[in-house]
Design a protein around this ligand. Structure first.
Ligand code: SF4
Ligand code: SF4
Ligand code: SF4
Length: 204
C-alpha cells in the first residue's frame, strides 16, 4: 500500500464517518420530534372558524397574528374530497359584494388573494354556472387568517377549507403563542403518530 492510497483511504473513512454522523443527527432529531413531546396540532372541531353551531360571528384571526413567524405557520388547506367545486364559492367570492356584468360577485373574500379559481374541463360559454371549479390555496400567500374557513362552513359551504399547523413551517416553540392565544383551546401538543397526516401540501 503506497502513501497516496493510504491518504485516499483515510479521506474516504473521514467522509463516510461524517456522513454517518450527519445521518445519526437527523435520526436523533426525528426521533426527538416524534417522541413524547410531539408536535403542535390544531383541532379543527374546536376552532371557532370551523366549529359547527358557532354562527353570526367574525372570523377568529388569532392564528394569523399570534404566531412568532412573520407569516404564520398555520395555513388554510382545501380538502378536495369535501369540496363541492361550486360555481359561486362563498370562501372565494365576497358574496355580499355587488354583482358584476358576468353575474358574479365583484369582490374576492381573501384579503391576501391567496385562493385561485380554475374551471375544471371545458366551460359552457352559454351557462358557466353549469360547470365545476377548483379552488386552490396558494400557501405562500396564505397567513391562516381563517376568513375563508368561516365562510366555507356549513350551511353556506361544505366545510372543506380548514386550518392546520404546517409541521414543515412550525418552529416547534416550547410554548406555542397560537395555542396560548386561542380562546377555544384548539391547539395542543400531540405525538406525531396521532397528529394526522403532516404536510398535506408541498412546502412553500
Ligand atoms: S386563511 Fe385567510 S389568507 Fe389564507 S386563504 Fe383563507 S382568507 Fe386567504
Ligand atoms: S409553535 Fe411557534 S411557529 Fe409553530 S404555530 Fe406555534 S407560535 Fe407558530
Ligand atoms: S386561535 Fe384558536 S379559534 Fe382562533 S383561529 Fe386559531 S385555532 Fe381557531
Amino acid at each position: 500500500m503506497n502513501h497516496e492510497t493510504t491518504r485516499r483511504e483515510l479521506l474516504g473513512h473521514a467522509v463516510r464517518g461524517a456522513g454517518l454522523l450527519g445521518l445519526g443527527g437527523v435520526a436523533v432529531y426525528l426521533t426527538a420530534k416524534a417522541g413524547d413531546e410531539g408536535v403542535w396540532v390544531l383541532d379543527i372541531s374546536k376552532c371557532v372558524n370551523s366549529r359547527l353551531g358557532a354562527t353570526g360571528i367574525e372570523a377568529c384571526e388569532l392564528c394569523a397574528t399570534s404566531c412568532v413567524r412573520p407569516l404564520s405557520a398555520v395555513r388554510a388547506i382545501n380538502d378536495f374530497e369535501k369540496c363541492g367545486r361550486c360555481y359561486i364559492c362563498p370562501a372565494y367570492f365576497d358574496v355580499m359584494s355587488e354583482v358584476d356584468e358576468n353575474g358574479l360577485p365583484s369582490a374576492k373574500l381573501c384579503p391576501r388573494d391567496a385562493i385561485k379559481r380554475e374551471p375544471i374541463g371545458w366551460v359552457d360559454p352559454d351557462d358557466p354556472a353549469n360547470n365545476f371549479y377548483e379552488y386552490t390555496i396558494d400557501e405562500a400567500l396564505c397567513n391562516g387568517c381563517g376568513i375563508c374557513v368561516l365562510a366555507c362552513k356549513d350551511p353556506s359551504g361544505l366545510g372543506s377549507i380548514l386550518l392546520e399547523v404546517r409541521y414543515d413551517l412550525c418552529l416547534d416553540c416550547n410554548r406555542c403563542s397560537n395555542a396560548a392565544a386561542c380562546p377555544d383551546d384548539a391547539i395542543d401538543r400531540k405525538p406525531l403518530s396521532r397528529a394526522g397526516a403532516p404536510q398535506r401540501h408541498p412546502a412553500s
